[in-house]
Design a protein around this ligand. Structure first.
Ligand code: HSE
Length: 432
């Protein structure tokens, strides 16, 4: 006999619609393979006047969150309203009422995952959030099930589809940043307020969750050194191409000698690295484990059905656990107790783009100041000089060997004070 699992869903935006559709589309297959009859019985819909583009019986909708959070018949709550609050409070209330929770909310898990995971444990409930990192890619479950045999040394992710789409369109078609951003919003994968995407905050939330799972430490998104893509110009993309790189917004964390270095930053990725061929709105996570070696997970990081796939997968996982009360609990656990230490951005190779006056002695002076700061230059290029406000200027591109950010900033301050350059227009990491 099939076991009926009653689910309440908070929110019916893009991901809510995709979740409902996924369950409708595959209901029979799920029932046949698991013996579970999963039914979304109530949906919090704050704007019943809006056309959601999906046929859902009106009696399933409610405007009162208590109809879901406090209904003893509901076993699992899916949270899809997004944002830190009131989403966190709703999840906390559901968990306190003994309900298990599935969420796609990276901001709430990055900010309050520790508290919510503790509440879940106290109340013998489960908390799952596969959809919060890289949408449809089952990265969290894979890391904590099939790959549990590994100790991981590094993770590199393209975790934001909007910025990857923008960088790809700029690189392939010379498209203008603002036009492509509008296009990404129209296609539905950019957030309504794109700041979180383009400033790297969305990727920082996702990296903070990955760090907890992979390295077992707490690094809040605010602590992660984060730089978005707003300063990446077509000139950077061209310089990178000529030197054999593509520019990607990379979320990176590495462990060495008990220390974890991490950041979110546009980076020059060699064209022969698998991450450089991840285009448009696609996401990828490239992990290095000490047994499995390098692995790349690739797929859609956003969109109603891909995200719905991850949400429904989590619901099924919880439902099986509830049904069997079994040991089926190798699930993504936020961990904060590994004893590893967070050590900021670490040392990296950097790409620098400067605007310099075109006259004798400039290069020599810059090279001397880098030398005085013990920074070794790997390569220097200068483009054709042009007139700007009556002065001959040029872009100067310098790549320096691995150095810490503070050491690099000291040298750049000295170069600025020396009056030898007009401006430093961009700094990006170079992946080796
Ligand atoms: N705005 C996000 C992106 C959606 O562009 O990837 C998924 O978190």
């Amino acid at each position: 006999m099939k076991q009926i699992i009653k689910v309440g869903m908070l929110g019916i935006g893009n991901v809510g619609r995709g979740t409902y559709e996924t369950l409708e589309m595959n209901h029979q297959k799920i029932a046949e393979t698991t013996g579970l009859d999963i039914e979304i019985v109530k949906i919090l819909n704050r704007h019943p006047e809006k056309d959601r583009g999906i046929d859902i019986p009106a009696e399933k909708y409610t405007q009162n969150v208590a109809d879901i959070l406090d209904d003893p018949e509901i076993d699992i709550v899916i949270e899809l309203i997004g944002g830190i609050e009131p989403a966190t409070e709703y999840m906390a209330r559901a968990l306190s009422n003994g309900k298990s929770v599935v969420t796609a909310n990276k901001a709430a898990i990055a900010a309050n995952g520790k508290r919510l995971a503790a509440l879940a444990q106290e109340n013998h409930a489960l908390l799952r959030f596969e959809a919060a990192v890289a949408g449809g890619i089952p990265i969290l479950t894979s890391l904590t099930t099939a790959l549990l045999s590994n100790r991981f040394t590094a993770v590199h992710g393209i975790l934001n589809g909007t910025t990857n789409y923008i960088l790809t369109q700029m690189s392939e078609f010379g498209a203008d940043y603002a036009d492509v951003l509008k296009d990404a919003q129209a296609k539905g994968f950019a957030e309504a307020d794109p700041t979180a995407d383009v400033e790297g905050l969305d990727a920082a939330n996702k990296l903070s969750i990955l760090i907890s799972l992979i390295f077992g430490i707490e690094v809040s998104p605010e602590t992660l050194p984060t730089q978005g893509i707003t300063r990446v110009g077509l000139e950077d993309i061209e310089f990178a191409k000529e030197s054999g790189y593509r520019i990607k917004l990379l979320a990176t964390a590495r462990e060495k000698d008990g220390k974890v270095c991490a950041n979110v930053q546009p980076a020059l990725v060699p064209i022969n690295h698998p991450l450089s061929s991840v285009s448009n709105e696609f996401n990828a996570v490239y992990v290095t484990g000490n047994a499995v070696d390098n692995l790349m997970f690739y797929g859609r990081g956003a969109g109603p059905l891909p995200t719905g796939s991850a949400v429904v997968g989590d619901v099924i996982g919880i439902a099986r656990k509830l049904e069997k009360n079994s040991a089926y609990d190798l699930v993504p656990q936020l961990r904060y107790d590994s004893g590893l230490e967070f050590d900021g951005e670490g040392t990296n190779k950097y790409y620098l783009r400067m605007m310099v006056p075109e006259r004798t002695g400039i290069l020599g002076r810059i090279a001397t100041i880098f030398g005085e700061h013990d920074i070794s230059i790997e390569s220097i290029r200068q483009n054709a000089p042009y007139e700007l406000d009556g002065e001959r200027v040029a872009h100067l591109i310098i790549i320096v060997f691995p150095v810490s950010k503070p050491q690099l900033n000291d040298a750049l301050d000295a170069i600025r004070k020396d009056g030898v350059i007009k401006s430093v227009d961009n700094i990006m990491r170079v992946e080796e």
